[in-house]
Design a protein around this ligand. Sequence first.
Ligand SMILES: CC(C)(COP(=O)(O)OP(=O)(O)OC[C@H]1O[C@@H](n2cnc3c(N)ncnc32)[C@H](O)[C@@H]1OP(=O)(O)O)[C@@H](O)C(=O)NCCC(=O)NCCS
Length: 207
Amino acid sequence: MTALRLEDLKQYSDTLRTREGKALSVRFVEPRDIDELQHYFRSLSVRSRYNRFFGAISELPKALLQDFLEVGERDRFTVVATMMIDGFETIVAEARYALHAETMTLEFGLSVDDHWQGHGIATALMKNLECRAAALGAEHIFGETLRSNATMISLARKSGFAFVNHPDDWKLVRFDKEISIAPKDIPCASWRLAALSRQAESPSASV
Ligand SMILES: CC(C)(COP(=O)(O)OP(=O)(O)OC[C@H]1O[C@@H](n2cnc3c(N)ncnc32)[C@H](O)[C@@H]1OP(=O)(O)O)[C@@H](O)C(=O)NCCC(=O)NCCS
């Protein structure tokens, strides 16, 4: 469905910038990230973890950690944003997204290390997720957040998302944005290429 070359995931790496211009690399998670990813979640503040998972957890349960590492499985993907800190590639943000092929929507959730919040990382990561959504042919991108999460709500509003009530849970709000961008206009180079090759392979595909 996704037409991604899962055996060569490294080609889908992007460089993003914080608001101050510091470079971040965004790539699919790899098996070697398992300890660092768990460390990242353990290091988040209680509040950030609560906002990310809508409940109190101190770390990723084993089964969920395993799910996070299985890129492409059931059209679900995890990306990490890393920075070189003191000579080490360090995870400073993560996002997980799923392509719902039946509705051609891409659902995502994300978090940014508390020390790096407020530097524009989530703004940049969400733009990158929009590129990924467009390349996969999604017509909408959406996320869900607790109504109490003013930061995420403000960020989604500034990023052009509209809000709708969650169908089943009054504590959550859904934010949604239409994706209507031609493959040649996708602003992330690697995803523009992916979309163009997908279009070439299947010219009738609506992207
Ligand atoms: C929500 C979250 C992802 C934002 O990440 P971030 O990298 O700090 O966001 P940005 O720096 O790109 O900020 C973008 C906008 O968010 C809003 N924002 C950021 N920090 C805020 C705060 N403390 N209070 C209110 N709004 C805030 C602002 O509108 C900001 O834009 P501005 O700086 O131009 O005013 C981050 O706070 C986080 O990881 N929270 C925990 C997990 C979570 O809530 N995930 C969302 C649900 S899946």
